[in-house]
Design a protein around this ligand. Structure first.
Ligand SMILES: Cc1cc2nc3c(=O)[nH]c(=O)nc-3n(C[C@H](O)[C@H](O)[C@H](O)COP(=O)(O)OP(=O)(O)OC[C@H]3O[C@@H](n4cnc5c(N)ncnc54)[C@H](O)[C@@H]3O)c2cc1C
Length: 316
């Protein structure tokens, strides 16, 4: 009943029985009962207030480039923040930028470069939304977007808007308060530095070239599965090298495979199931603990059917 009323309340922004295997980056997952795609911040606030009033659990997703959906699909309502909440929403004021959460990260990097601003070149190859990047404090070359954030605007479960300055965002390596506070990022500000457009472009092209050489890009994947641990790095090297030494490179379970190109990626070679990916992750973690004594931390998040999100090694 409440679900039917939800579809009636937001008819143009809702979709039913959506195949997560079709829309997700890893091409894995069952059917999502309802996906809502808010077309403005005001509509998102109204949706959150409505979902709370109706007692409907919900989960926020972006471009799904860090998410593993359950084979059983999703009973909670998915609130997908994308294009509609980001289109043309990049504003440049001197060396400051404000961007909407739905903005595509590589597009943001390009826009920043065109404005002759430097400092976030490291994000140029990350295939996600700006909101997802802020939530994950994503970045590359051991950097995170949080370093340049000035403030973040978000919507809480009641539909109220909040502004937090950088210190209140709890940024740490691939972490932020938004991973645990049930708020949805709608936009954020960045402080950058004036630079030379051509020099910034060259840095980005080098980063993109290195990524293209190292990372698999023909088979669906979710980027690095494991986070680099400084202690383990010093003793044994980065996660990819450790996984390779453990003999997992190229290992398959069903259609999920530890990439033969880069062992910290798990690729979907056809019709992989979430349970195949989870079994590979468990196998790698167990072997790493046994051989190195380190507990490898997982970056990819598992979305349970009830909408709760956990690191993919905590899926059980
Ligand atoms: C080929 C490939 C390469 C990658 N390389 C990198 C890399 O170099 N560095 C890196 O850090 N990551 C990398 N990733 C992982 C991923 O792209 C990032 O984590 C990205 O920031 C996730 O953005 P998203 O929009 O896809 O978020 P999703 O994957 O949809 O969601 C990720 C998390 O963010 C939350 N979230 C999403 N949108 C919002 C929002 N608006 N407000 C609040 N929470 C939100 C979700 O609930 C979830 O917890 C890579 C992935 C792929 C597939």
């Amino acid at each position: 009943m409440a679900r039917d009323a939800l579809l009636d309340a937001f008819p143009e922004a809702s979709m039913q029985n959506v195949s997560l295997a079709r829309i997700s980056r890893w091409r894995i997952g069952g059917l999502a009962d309802i996906v809502l795609r808010p077309r403005s911040v005001e509509e998102l606030c109204a949706m959150r207030a409505y979902l709370l009033a109706q007692g409907l659990p919900n989960v926020v997703i972006g471009a799904t480039s860090n998410l593993l959906f359950a084979d059983a699909g999703l009973r909670a309502v998915a609130l997908q923040i994308g294009n509609s909440l980001g289109k043309s929403a990049v504003k440049v004021t001197g060396t400051d930028i404000t961007a909407g959460a739905g903005v595509w990260v590589p597009g943001l990097a390009r826009r920043v470069m065109q404005a002759g601003l430097g400092g976030i070149e490291h994000i140029c190859g990350i295939p996600g939304t700006f909101g997802g990047l802020v939530c994950m404090n994503g970045g590359s070359l051991r950097r995170g977007i949080g370093e340049n954030i000035t403030h973040v605007d978000s919507v809480d479960v009641t539909g109220a808007l909040y502004r937090r300055d950088r210190e209140a965002c709890g940024f740490a390596y691939r972490r932020s308060v938004f991973q645990g506070n049930d708020e949805i990022v709608v936009s954020a500000g960045l402080a950058l530095e004036a630079g030379e457009r051509e020099a910034i472009r060259r840095v980005m092209l080098t980063i993109l070239g290195n990524r293209r050489r190292k990372f698999p890009h023909h088979t669906p994947n979710c980027g690095s599965v494991f986070v680099s641990n400084p202690g383990m790095y010093a003793d044994y090297g980065p996660p990819g090298a450790v996984i390779e030494k453990l003999g997992f490179k190229g290992r398959r379970i069903g259609d999920a495979q530890v990439s033969p190109e880069h062992a910290n990626f798990i690729v979907n070679t056809g019709r992989a199931r979430a349970e195949d990916v989870l079994a590979l992750i468990t196998g790698i973690k167990t072997a790493a603990r046994r051989e190195t004594g380190y507990d490898m931390e997982v970056e990819a998040r598992y979305v349970r059917p009830d909408g709760t999100l956990v690191p993919a090694d905590c899926a059980a």
